[in-house]
Design a protein around this ligand. Structure first.
Ligand SMILES: C[S@@+](CC[C@H](N)C(=O)[O-])C[C@H]1O[C@@H](n2cnc3c(N)ncnc32)[C@H](O)[C@@H]1O
Length: 274
C-alpha cells in the first residue's frame, strides 16, 4: 500500500519534530522536499527504514544514535552506541578551558575520557595553535573520536589507556596548561542507569562502578604532576557532587577552587589551579 509523508508522520506515535527528522533521514531528503512531495507515494525502502527507526525510537533509543550525529559547540559530531552522546551542559567545560588559556600562546591541553572527541575537537577547532591530547580507555570510542577529528579538520592526538597512563611520557611531567574531563560520575546501582537515554549509552561512560567520585578523585590526584605552574584542572560532575569535588580538588593541592553553574543553575563543573 502506498505510504505518504503526512500519514507516516501523524501516525507513528512520535513528537512531530522527531518524526520529521527520522523521515527526512530515512528518505535522504530535506524538509523542503517533504513539503513539496506531500501528496506523492514514498519509496518503499525509505518507508521501511523509517518504520524500523520509529519503532526503536518508541522503545526509547536516543535520537542521536538513530541519526548517528549530535551537535556540540556548533560542530556536528558523529556518535555511535560506543560513545556518550555529547550534552549541551558540557559546553561550559570547553568555554572555561578556553577562557583559562586565552592569553597563553600555543597552549597544551588534555581531555581525559574523550568519548566522541566532542571536548577535545572543539578545543582544537577554537584554538588551532594549541596542542590537544585526548585519551580514552575504550578503543571503540577513540575510533569515533578519530573520525570526528578527521572530518572536522581538528588536530588532536588520541591516546588509549586509563586516565594518565595513556600519556606517552615515560614519567609524569608538568606539560599541560589545562586538563579537562567529563568522567563517569554516576554511582554503581544508581536507578538512573536503567532509565531514559542512559539505558542505551556505554556503561563505562556513565558509572565508575563505585561511589560516583572515584574517577573524579583519580583524575584530581593525578593532575598536579602533569600541570604547569598556574595550570588548571576542570571536571564535570553530577548535580549534587560539587561540594565533594571541591573538597577532593583541595585535598589534591589545588588553589582557587570553585564551581560553575550551567544554564539550568546547577553547579555542573568544578576546578582549580596550581
Ligand atoms: C561521560 S563520558 C564523556 C565523553 C566525552 N568527553 C563527552 O563529554 O561527551 C566518559 C568517558 O570516559 C571514558 N573512560 C571511562 N573510564 C576511563 C578510564 N579509566 N580512563 C580513560 N577513559 C575512561 C569512557 O570510555 C567515556 O568515553
Amino acid at each position: 500500500m502506498a505510504a505518504y509523508a503526512r500519514d507516516l508522520i501523524a501516525g507513528c506515535g512520535l513528537p512531530l519534530l522527531e518524526a520529521r527528522m527520522l523521515l527526512e533521514r530515512a528518505l535522504g531528503v530535506n524538509r523542503a522536499w517533504l513539503i513539496a512531495h506531500d501528496d506523492e507515494p514514498l519509496p518503499e525502502a525509505g518507508v521501511a527504514r523509517f518504520e524500523d527507526w520509529a519503532a526503536r525510537r518508541r522503545d526509547g533509543e536516543p535520537m542521536a544514535y538513530l541519526l548517528g550525529e549530535r551537535e556540540f559547540m556548533g560542530h556536528l559530531f558523529h556518535v555511535s552506541p560506543a560513545v556518550l552522546i555529547p550534552r549541551p551542559e558540557t559546553e561550559l567545560l570547553v568555554e572555561t578551558a578556553l577562557a583559562h588559556v586565552r592569553e597563553i600562546p600555543s597552549p597544551r591541553l588534555l581531555d581525559l575520557g574523550t568519548g566522541s572527541g566532542a571536548i577535545a575537537v572543539s578545543l582544537a577547532l577554537a584554538r588551532p595553535d594549541a596542542q590537544v591530547d585526548a585519551t580514552d580507555l575504550s578503543p571503540e570510542a577513540l575510533a569515533v573520536a578519530a573520525g570526528n577529528a578527521r572530518r572536522l579538520g581538528a588536530r588532536v592526538a588520541l591516546l588509549e589507556g586509563s586516565w594518565y597512563e595513556a600519556l606517552n611520557e615515560s614519567a609524569a611531567a608538568p606539560i599541560y596548561d589545562v586538563i579537562v574531563s567529563n568522567p563517569p560520575y554516576i554511582a554503581a546501582g544508581d536507578p538512573h542507569l536503567s532509565q531514559g537515554d542512559l539505558r542505551h549509552e556505554p556503561d563505562m561512560a556513565l558509572t565508575d562502578h563505585a561511589d560516583g567520585l572515584q574517577a573524579l578523585r583519580d583524575i584530581a590526584r593525578g593532575a598536579p604532576a602533569w600541570l604547569k605552574p598556574g595550570g588548571a584542572l576542570w571536571m564535570e560532575h553530577g548535580w549534587d557532587q560539587a561540594g565533594q569535588v571541591r573538597d577532593l580538588l583541595r585535598a589534591a593541592g589545588f588553589r582557587h577552587v570553585e564551581s560553575r553553574r550551567d544554564l539550568a543553575g546547577i553547579e555542573r563543573i568544578s576546578g582549580g589551579s596550581l
